[in-house]
Design a protein around this ligand. Structure first.
Ligand code: ZN
Length: 322
């Protein structure tokens, strides 16, 4: 389909979805949102110290919370989901991936609105004060640019590697020191900061593997080891092991789900977009829940409205499956 038609169809889909939302009550669901970097204000991304990813500022984060509170959503933590949500309710679960120190900027906002958030931590980055590979690439490629196609290919390649292979690639291309964070913007929490952060009543910690491991690139025992190491470190740091996991890059398989269950994880989040309709079905379990991405550089209110809709034109256009 050509781009112009595709865009026109998307716009029509959005208009129909919003009209549907105005006419038909929403189906009860759990909406899970995934955030990464949090910026203090709009000027900070221009410093180019960290991959801006979704361009989320504290102002946009607060706007997102007030939107869902105004529309009758209750904010929950993983333990609330596991205890069982009211099947007629509307819920939001906020998640932050990776363990960036800049996520501490969320705390005053969570307190102000009285809502919890779950922070999925890649624990080796915290232990070793390591930069995340995509931030290394983001920084280095400003100095040594690639074509957009080559840059995309480089990202795709790095997502197929195990963590030691990623480190080898980065060192070979950008030098020994490249894995060091360069600022408070791109660094992970220190262990002491994370321990203090975890004591806050609004904060829940979750598993994001030891080395930000894309688990489907590992043999099952090694994948389980990545999850187990993260569990053990967080249990030792905070006094309790997480019950929730975010699979890095969203990659999971039956073996990964089994490994997660084996180490005591009960709620798992992917990067597939969509509402999690209630009641959550026991056969699919809580180990592969969908998550939405909010973009700070697009219309926030329109995105928040679209995430609530239950009708999409593309569902009608999709070929029927037997
Ligand atoms: Zn991640």
């Amino acid at each position: 389909m050509n781009r112009v038609w595709k865009r026109a169809l998307e716009r029509l889909d959005q208009q129909i979805a919003l009209a549907h939302l105005a006419l038909v009550p929403e189906r009860p669901a759990l909406l899970i949102f995934m955030f990464h970097v949090l910026f203090e204000d709009e000027r900070v991304p221009a410093r180019h110290l960290v991959d801006p990813q979704q361009h989320i500022t504290t102002r946009i984060f607060a706007e997102f919370i007030t939107y869902y509170q105004a529309h009758g959503y209750a904010f929950v933590a993983p333990a609330d989901v596991l205890a069982g949500l009211d099947p007629g309710g509307k819920y939001v679960l906020i998640t932050f991936d990776d363990g960036y120190y800049n996520n501490h900027l969320a705390l005053p906002i969570l307190r102000r609105y009285g809502v919890p958030a779950t922070f999925f931590i890649s624990t080796h980055h915290v232990q070793a004060n390591r930069a995340f590979w995509w931030d290394v690439v983001y920084r280095e490629r400003q100095r040594r640019p690639l074509s957009p196609a080559d840059q995309q290919a480089e990202h795709a390649l790095l997502k197929t590697l195990r963590h030691d292979e990623v480190d080898d690639y980065l060192r070979a291309h950008f030098g020994e020191a490249c894995l060091q964070p360069v600022s408070d913007l791109d660094r992970p929490f220190t262990p002491a900061e994370l321990r203090a952060f975890a004591r806050e009543p609004e904060v829940v910690l979750g598993n994001h593997t030891a080395h930000h491991a894309v688990l489907t690139n590992y043999a099952p025992p090694a994948a389980q080891q990545e999850l187990a190491e993260c569990q053990q470190y967080l249990a030792q740091l905070t006094g309790s092991a997480p019950v929730a996991v975010a699979y890095p890059n969203g990659n999971h398989s039956p073996a990964v789900l089994a490994a997660a269950a084996q180490v005591g994880l009960q709620l798992g989040t992917t990067v597939q977009a969509g509402k999690n309709y209630l009641p959550l079905t026991p056969q699919a379990g809580c180990l592969q829940l969908k998550r939405f991405l909010l973009w700070g550089n697009q219309d926030v209110q329109a995105q928040c409205a679209l995430f609530r809709t239950d009708f999409h034109l593309k569902q009608l256009l999709r070929p029927a499956r037997a």
